[in-house]
Every structure is written in structure tokens, then in C-alpha cells.
Ligand binder design. Sequence first.
Ligand code: C2O
Ligand code: CU
Ligand code: CU
Length: 437
Amino acid sequence: MDMHQTISLRDSTGENTMAVPPLLVANNEGNYEITATEGTHEFYEGIVSNTLGYNGALLGPTLRLKPNERVTILTHNAMTIPTTFHWHGLIVDDTIDGGPQAIVKPGETRVLNFTVAQPAATLWLHPHPHRQTARQVYNGLASLVYIEDNLDLPNHYGQNDFPVILQDRLFNEGKLDYDFAYNSDGTKGDTVLINGTVNPTLHVGQELVRLRLVNGSNARNYTLTLSTGDHFLQIATDGGFLPQPTPLTSLTLSPAERAEIIIDFSHYNKDTAIALCDDEALLLPFIVTEHNHFSHLPITLPSCTVTAQELALPVSKTFELYGMADMAQINGKQFDPTRIDFTQKQGVTEVWEIYNKKDDMGGMIHPFHIHGTQVKLLARNGKPPVANECGYKDTIAIGVEERVRVAVRFMYKGTYMYHCHILEHEDNGMMGQIQVI
Ligand code: C2O
Ligand code: CU
Ligand code: CU
């Protein structure tokens, strides 16, 4: 692929019902089991593609956890290639986190024990083996982890509370082919998969519907709207709720970012043409049916707030994002697993400033992600964050020539990654390590 070729998205024809991943059920001992496997999947009827998945051929089951729950997960690699199990957004120590140092070889099992130490959120699981992350995610390894809330929000899984994993793929005659689609600056495709479904449609009731949007794409940013131009309400960011439901008519998600939104379908009926769109294409047409549940939207939500002390802290760490393709780097360096780039004290809040420096090609947005923590946005180019970024974040889109400040605190000791979440940039070494002491 030519590095600078733009690949536009095609409209969903709506001919297939959007898949909803199954829920992961605990075994008889109360433990969860997740097995990475090689399989096949028919994205298009009659065409068999090789894929990867957790407990199945593509993507994986949704794991629902509760705050303070004590969890045991058996992670097993039944594939012929090494992998890791990374819990993106989960606040855990580095023995659980599943970064590139935590390789699970073919045939091996790793048992994870931890306690959920954070509030309700939509998080995700994906592989993280150095230089192989992009390929493994592209081929199908990704699944969701919910930390559940006890609010009166829509919460009937697959009925009025839907996971929406957005991924774009460039099919090679109906098959996934990473080498065919590969772009060193971020692999993109012309076809959107939602929860693995090509040309999806979704039936919804005349009620409040919650969509848990997850940008699981290797590199694509989405700017999401409703085809009617109507507003929707964002209630959560990557790591938890916003202080209030925030009305929006458009929402941009860079790779790995999440947002929970509520669409009020009570205004619509079976004759309404309405779809979730990107600025380029129609992604998910809705079919409104009469079925309904009762849920309502609280006026305020349990969120985080930025404190005066946090705002008064000086910047103590700076990160300069620069370059493209295999030159993409942070602070002039590329990833070296033997190098610790920064240290920070456990439990101490520091202000990190991340700067995206323009290059000769004009530069691009880099989604900056930090493992093992949820951060608070303090400022973008000196300005306070907009309403829908006032919740915990673990991935922050940094625009060209933008300078972003975040308050970062680690709960556990250990070594954690920070990196660009364009997966090809990450694999090319746009990643560093921080040791929490
Ligand atoms: Cu979602 Cu280090 O990754
Ligand atoms: Cu992560
Ligand atoms: Cu990048």
C-alpha cells in the first residue's frame, strides 16, 4: 500500500444483523477461562477466511466484572504463535497487565489473580506481543471487559445495551490478509466491521439505547454522527462516567478510545431512517421496533473531578511524539525492552505533558495510551478540556502541534508501557516504559 493513499469507507448495506459477542460465563470453580485460538470465519457467505479469536474464531466473549470483585482468569494460548493478554484500561500490577514482557507461548497457560480496583467502565482485552500486536488484532483478537455500574441506565446486554466494536478491514477477495492491507503508518480498510459483522444493521426498541463504542481499529479515527443530524448523549469515556450526560452531534474516537453513548429512540418509529455514520460513510443502520424497556438517565453521574492541587502541579514529565511509519518515535527514541525511560513513585500524581511535533509530511494525530492507570485530562493547548473529556481516560488523541497535559497516578508498582495506539506505530517502536517504584 502506498503510505499516503487514503482509503475511504464504504456504506453498510445493512444486509447482516450485527453480532453481539456472548457473555463469558465463569466455570464451576468461579474462574474465567480465555483461550486464544486460530480459526476460520465467513465474513462473506461462502468465503472462508483464517482468523484469530478468544474462545472462538473471531473477537471474543464479553467479561463482566464488578468493582472490588476478586477475579481469577486462566489465559491459555492455543495458537501456534506467541501472544500476550493485555487488559487495556484495567488498573492492575504489571504481572497482570499483559504488556510485551508477558509472553504466553503456544500451549502455555497463565493464571491471573487480581481485584477490580476501579469504577464502572468499558475496557478491552487485546494481544500485545512486540512487533506482532497489529497483525494479531487485525486478524481478530480483541474482546471487551465491562466493569459494571449499579445505576438505572440501560443495562440489558444485547437488548438496550450494546457493545459496538468498530474495526476497518481491507479484504482480499473476502479474506483477511494483513500483508495485503499493511501500511507502516497505520493499516486501514474500506470496510467497517462492527463486532466482526460486515454490512451490519441493528434492531433497537423505542427506548433509550446505550452503545458502548470501542474503536478497535489499527489506525482509523472515526467521527461519529447520526444520519438524522440529531444529538445523542455521551455518558462515559475510556475509564468511566462523565459528570453529566453530554449532548453531542458528533464524536471523534481515535484508535483504542471508548465512549458510551445513549440514543433516545423513543422519538423514532419503524419508518424512521436512522443510522450511525462516520463523516465518510453510513456504518450502522438502525431498525426501530416497538419493544421497550424502562430506563432513565440520571442528571449527574459518578465521575472524577480535577482537584485544585492537581491543577497547581508543575509538569514533571514531557513526551514528544514525532515522525511517521518506521521512524515514529517518542522523545527521539524507539522502544527498547531493556531500557526504562522514566520512573514515578507509586501513588504520587504527576503532570505529564505530551506534545505532537509536526514533521515534513504535516504530521498526524497520535493516540497516546498509558498502561495500568486512568488519567485526568488537565488541558489541551492551555485550555481546559471540553465536557466530554472530563472523565477518566487511558488513550488521548493528540493533534498535530498540540500540547496536552494529564494528571497521572499509578496505584501499583511495576513496569508499564506508554505508546501510540496506531498499532503499526506501536509495533514500529513508538513506545516507552515507565517504572513505578
Ligand atoms: Cu491497548 Cu499497550 O495497549
Ligand atoms: Cu493498554
Ligand atoms: Cu502514532
